[in-house]
Design a protein around this ligand. Sequence first.
Ligand code: A2P
Length: 317
Amino acid sequence: MNYLEFENGSRMPIMGLGTWKSAPGEVYKAVKMAVEMGYRHIDCASIYGNEKEIGKALSELMQEGVVRREDLWITSKLWNSNHGKDNVIPAIKQTLADLQLDYLDLYLIHWPVVFKHGVVNATRAEDYVSLKEQPIADTWHGMENAVKLGFTKNIGVSNFSVEKLIKLYRVAEIKPELNQVELHPYFQQNDLVEYCRNNKIHIMAYSPLGSSDRPAGLKKDNEPVLLEDRDIELIANRKNVSVAQIILAWISQLGVSVIPKSVNPERLKQNLLAANINLTEDEMQQMSALNKNRRYVDGKFGEVPGGPYTAANVWDE
Ligand code: A2P
């Protein structure tokens, strides 16, 4: 397994398990199977609504001696309703209680989008707070406190554009170590990847397989289906592996961490093994040629009439 190194010496396994969309009832089994088969990196978030169940699985795995806490990498994320310096510590404490852990390895600001404190699902303009009223810098100071108090070893962000990273850099005492964003062959984010590389910010790729199990409200008609791509299939057939494995191998070979979600034993295994597949330079280039600049998670769900957020101002595009 390859690792990404952090400033303070932490080492994150490049291949992790995604848990977005893993329903309570199935995520317990998925986490247990995954850790038993060798996964050491689990990506969580309070908004996924399944941290308690993941906590039960982790606690059992540690009690059974399958894994030690220090050999696991656990990420979680601050939900939009908990922006603001003073809301971060109670939020991370709740996540730690749910996950039955004393500390996280990485805590991320989930979105550069603020909901009123207490509003979990914003649907009307008055549920939202603009970034002018509630600046990211203030939330970031809460994230820095979480490190100082020992609740997390590292902090970072998710869904941040280059512009927002530059702004954050100016005010951060502890620099963001990682940006978790959508990244796959159809949405390669080359400018963002280059900026992060030049500024020593790691990238973690979400929806690496195109997240075809997204809720209907986050889907569009006639979306291109990444896992049915004929060009990737040709490479996969040549190497006698699956399309998903080629995608995951390509992402990890770029030096980007990746968190495919699965609750199926066969696919969990496939995904874990993908980081060991070597693509030739030619194959890497064939994959790079597939970019369509096509997001699956387009950020439009934050757009409400009269509200402060649009997909354009979230992504700064
Ligand atoms: P399942 O959980 O039944 O395995 P993403 O990681 O981009 O969000 O994609 C997750 C979706 O891809 C889920 O529907 C998941 O289904 C499916 N999936 C995960 N791994 C594989 C794989 N190796 N081959 C095909 N589909 C996969």
